[in-house]
Write a protein that binds this ligand. Sequence first.
Ligand SMILES: [Zn+2]
Length: 342
Amino acid sequence: MTVRPKVCFDRILPRDMMRFQRTMRARGGRTRAISPIGKTWMNGSTLRVRFMSGTPAEQAVAREQAGWWASAANLAFDFNNAPDAEIRITFDLNDGAWSYIGTDCRSIPSNEATMNLGFLDGGTAAHEFGHAIGLAHEHQNPAGGIQWNEQVVIRELAKPPNLWDEDKARHNVLRKYSVDQINGTEFDPDSIMLYFFPASWTLNGIATKANDVLSRLDKEFIAGAKMYPKTGGTVVDATILEVNAGSRTQASIGKVGEEDLFRFTAAADGSYVVDTRGPTDVVMKLFGPNSETALIAEDDDSGIDTNASISADLIAGDYFVQVRHYNRASGMGNYSILVRKV
Ligand SMILES: [Zn+2]
């Protein structure tokens, strides 16, 4: 009897198709694992988790494997079953394994699950929690060495347990993220975010193994400057920015991987621009209102030279701005930041 792969599928929100803020430019550099742009939670966040079903044993597996990420990254999970928890889990045996990706979870009505663990083989729960903290499928890495035998993949995925039509097989397996939709460039065959595929699915005879634990590169990537570095600041350390301040606030990334956090209050609804200036190539994210987990926009190079600029229509409230250096390997330097209402 043939063992058929159980394949997790991404749930991508339709609004991704109409994301207007250009977020990132493709460049060289060596990074691993992949993350769709703009879906990471604020560094240092505590994500609350609610179990909507599941036996104590199933829930224990989910808790344990979520902890693998929490021990590598500057993120914590609180399994407090809060009604409005960011991550809400069902264990529906008939619905496969899936999760929404990162901050997309916030767009799901709070009476619906953001993750289903219909099977718990090996590292499945860790894999789904990888999605929940912003990771995509490693087999969709555009730098991946997999050349699919499309006919075989489509035929096999049409069979149980997946029962997928061609569109779904293309979306979940054959389609790769375009380079400027993701963070990361190099394929990691040991990633927990890779699923098992037999060699017959590929033209170049590459088979993959199911990975049941986080790879060294998974841990490195999730703790890296683009994701959740433990050296990064957290919400309580945020520097206050005054809107339309008379002068720009001077700042610096003093250590490789360091992340600066600012907060400002939008006193009234309107259009606001946050931008950086200076020789330092930074990546900036804007979160809010009144939330460290709701990402509004991410930008790398929209400003002058390699500076970042985000303009957004904001409602009155408190906002967080997170600034990191683009280059994790050598990323340090001075910059200035200003927020203004236009
Ligand atoms: Zn998956």
